[in-house]
Design a protein around this ligand. Structure first.
Ligand code: SAM
Length: 306
């Protein structure tokens, strides 16, 4: 028992550093860690940014937080202090020992060594809620690995999980696409998917020097509040999303040409008539369409196909 108390004191002493920068340097040295570029490892060292993320996530003790890619645990610590339970999913086995030792004193942490895209999140959420009935809401909080940001966002949204919000750090340019309003210049195909499922807002700009090692790009934290219901219902075989994907696959071409080339339209003539009925010019490009325009376009093409 005495030994245990001593080791707990040592853990506290070792990690009681003044700043996140000091703490990160200490951990990297202690465990001989060299950031793995392939896994998108850029460790957050800004206390201000960590606080902004945690504040934006509006955590409470009835929250189950899923953290994707905890790394050394720089964001995990305040999550553990503010949420009811934190489940971390980390692909790099080198991080597991660090996380276990660093958070020895916390009983509300679980670590899963897995690729996030392979985790059955619906099952995870169901089981955690069964184990602890105090957990009412689920929030995703992460400094995402940039090489798979979009696949992760699609994975989280398309499964229609019981998630209340997603608060994430992503590359700045990507953040702007994620939270753009469909029809705005920055919009891409993913803008429509995100907007269909969630309402997004910017939290904070994050300069490169907030990380060790410094990434090549600036970052931004965004907060997505998941809609209770998606914007409108869609049949499982709806053309809506495949059409948007096709529409943005060749941004320099007109929507008409892209949809005809991508076999969404049976002919350009058919497309011209549909655009005219919708009151849209035949030279219009995909990015100029609102989400409702795409919905009506998909419905009309579907009707013609029947
Ligand atoms: N959260 C830490 C921080 O803010 O300092 C680390 C963030 S770092 C940008 C991304 C983390 O995601 C790394 O720890 C990396 O190993 C992990 N990661 C990369 N690919 C992953 C995947 N497919 N599934 C789960 N974690 C992954």
């Amino acid at each position: 028992m005495k030994e245990m108390q001593n080791s707990v004191k040592n853990v506290e002493k070792n990690y009681n550093m003044n700043t996140l920068y000091d703490e990160t340097k200490f951990i990297l040295k202690k465990y001989g860690i060299i950031a793995n570029k392939r896994l998108g490892q850029n460790f957050l060292i800004s206390d201000e940014v960590v606080n902004a993320i945690v504040t934006a996530a509006k955590l409470s003790k009835t929250d189950l937080v899923i953290e994707i890619g905890p790394g050394l645990g720089n964001l995990t610590k305040p999550l553990l202090e503010n949420a009811g339970k934190v489940v971390c999913v980390e692909l790099d086995s080198n991080m597991l020992q660090i996380l276990k030792e660093r958070f020895l004193l916390y009983s509300n942490l679980e670590i899963i060594k897995q690729d996030i895209l392979k985790v059955d999140l619906a099952k995870l959420i169901r089981e955690e809620k069964q184990k602890n009935t105090n957990l009412q809401t689920v929030k995703v909080v992460a400094n995402l690995p940039y090489y798979i940001t979009s696949p992760i966002m699609m994975y989280l949204l398309e499964q229609k999980l019981e998630i209340e919000s997603i608060t994430v750090m992503v590359q700045k340019e990507v953040a702007e696409r994620f939270i753009a309003i469909p029809g705005q210049k920055q919009a891409g195909a993913i803008t429509y998917t995100i907007y269909y499922y969630a309402e997004g807002e910017k939290v904070i700009d994050v300069p490169k020097d907030s990380f060790i090692p410094e990434p090549e790009v600036d970052s931004e934290v965004i907060h997505l509040k998941i809609r209770k219901e998606p914007l409108f219902p869609l049949a499982p075989d709806s053309l809506f999303f495949p059409m948007i994907k096709t529409a943005f696959s060749q941004r320099r071409k007109t929507l008409l040409n892209t949809l005809a080339n991508g076999n969404i339209l049976s002919s350009k003539e058919e497309g011209k008539k549909i655009l005219e009925t919708l009151g849209l010019p035949e030279t219009i490009r995909g990015e100029a369409l609102s989400i409702e325009d795409f919905k009506r376009l998909a419905e009309m093409i579907e009707q013609k196909r029947r």
